[in-house]
Write a protein that binds this ligand. Structure first.
Ligand code: C2E
Ligand code: MG
Ligand code: MG
Length: 388
């Protein structure tokens, strides 16, 4: 259940089989991909914690592939394997580090059993385990940061909400980003407790901000796996009621995902959440599975255009077409539409000119601790004329 996920990318079936077998014996849950075309779907479906990457594949230059992984902000640890000499391998490893990837090292092909076993074991020990997560939850080592969301329609520039984004403050270590532990929390059944913890923090902050005259809708990410619990709507309604907060102050953001397999049950839960007054956002729209079907079936009130399109919008016409289409779709279905990943003024202007209703991104504000939110908001309202 708790086995870390490892993805082997190698076009040579014999080598791939060998590495897969060694990794399985070292306690990983392994997926193998032999063609570049299959990588994207596999990364999305598996969220691997470790990738073993062959630097030379027929239809794929390993360096280009590292850039591709970096653009998608893949947080998995990467182990390079190649028949090239050590200087080339080291150069590729350094390049990966420069690009912001987490490089684990390099191995010379043909790969020696003992060497591979040793690296895999060391890596495994350095990955967080379900046990670590459980302790961290008991010791309340998680912090919630908040990223502002502004309105682009009237009145343009107003801060309307915050997205709650969890981080793990490991004792003696840095802040661990969510993508490095959320998949583990989902697999090990701890996502329930973790989400409860985040909600508890969020509701306390909403109350504190209101005391300072700040009215925000706060978006909380809900893993699709939680949409199996039929009592979820009543439970969340009770949580907000106890705090004297109306459900509309919370927006539950759900990533469209293959995990929504039990469509009838998911629909039941989402419909009751909406009937109780919670807002529902479909996160990362455009990247997952059957987006349109899910949107058609489920009672969402907002779609969030995935940041991969928004980050590209200034240089890529196709990304702009997708963004425009999402905005039109939202308008026609009478849904709000929020673009995430807005890093520049030009992107913000483009989104606004197409009729996007909300925006979120580093250009506006980075995720920050709750205590910084009031000061940031006051500062932003002074600058908000950049949007108007
Ligand atoms: P998400 O819900 O799509 O959140 C947006 C992510 O994009 C955040 O990453 C945010 O920091 C990042 N981002 C925002 N603006 C920009 C920008 O302008 N440029 C770039 N490059 N990135 C931007 P973060 O905080 O690392 O969170 C990653 C994901 O982890 C979230 O994606 C969400 O799916 C998940 N997550 C975070 N907190 C929770 C949680 O409490 N529960 C669950 N289940 N998932 C969570
Ligand atoms: Mg989100
Ligand atoms: Mg998103």
């Amino acid at each position: 259940m708790d086995a870390p996920r490892l993805l082997v990318i190698d076009d040579d079936p014999q080598v791939a089989d060998f590495m897969t077998e060694v990794a399985c014996l070292s306690g990983y849950s392994v997926t193998t991909v032999q063609r570049r075309a299959d990588c994207e779907a596999c990364l999305a479906a598996n969220a691997p914690e470790v990738i073993i990457l062959d630097l030379q594949m027929p239809e794929m230059d390993g360096v280009e592939f590292l850039r591709w992984l970096a653009e998608r902000r893949i947080t998995a640890g990467i182990l390079l394997v190649s028949g090239a000499d050590v200087r080339v391998r080291n150069a590729a490893r350094r390049l990966g580090t420069e690009l912001g990837l987490r490089m684990l090292g390099t191995l010379q092909k043909p790969v020696r059993l003992a060497e591979l076993e040793e690296v895999l074991q060391q890596t495994r020990q350095s990955l967080p385990s379900a046990q670590n997560l459980e302790t961290a939850l008991a010791e309340r080592q998680f912090v919630v940061h908040y990223q502002p969301q502004i309105a682009l329609d009237s009145p343009a520039g107003t801060v309307v909400g915050m997205e709650a984004l969890v981080r793990w403050q490991r004792p003696g270590g840095g802040l661990v980003p969510p993508l490095e532990f959320i998949p583990l929390a989902e697999r090990s059944g701890l996502i329930d407790v973790l989400t409860e913890y985040v909600l508890e923090q969020v509701l306390a902050e909403i109350t504190a901000w209101r005391g300072q005259g700040l009215e925000f809708t706060v978006a909380v990410n809900i893993a699709p796996i939680l949409l199996e619990r039929l009592d979820l709507p009543d439970h969340y309604a009770e949580l907000v009621r106890r705090r004297g907060i109306e459900p509309a102050a919370l927006k539950l953001e759900i990533t469209e995902s293959g995990a929504m397999q039990n469509a009838a049950r998911t629909m039941d839960i989402l419909t009751r959440l909406r009937l109780k007054g919670f807002a529902l956002g479909m996160d990362d729209f455009g990247t997952g599975y059957s987006s349109l079907v899910q949107l058609y079936r489920m009672p969402f009130s907002e779609i969030k255009i995935d940041k991969s399109f928004v980050l590209e919008c200034e240089r890529n016409e196709e990304a702009r077409v997708i963004i425009r289409t999402c905005i039109d779709l939202a308008r026609n279905l009478k849904l709000a539409v929020c673009a995430e990943g807005v890093e520049t003024e030009a992107a913000l202007k483009l989104l606004r000119s197409h009729g996007c209703t909300h925006a979120q991104g580093y250009y506006i504000g980075r995720p920050m601790p709750a205590a910084e939110v009031p000061k940031w908001t006051a500062g932003w309202m002074k600058r908000a004329t950049v949007v108007a």
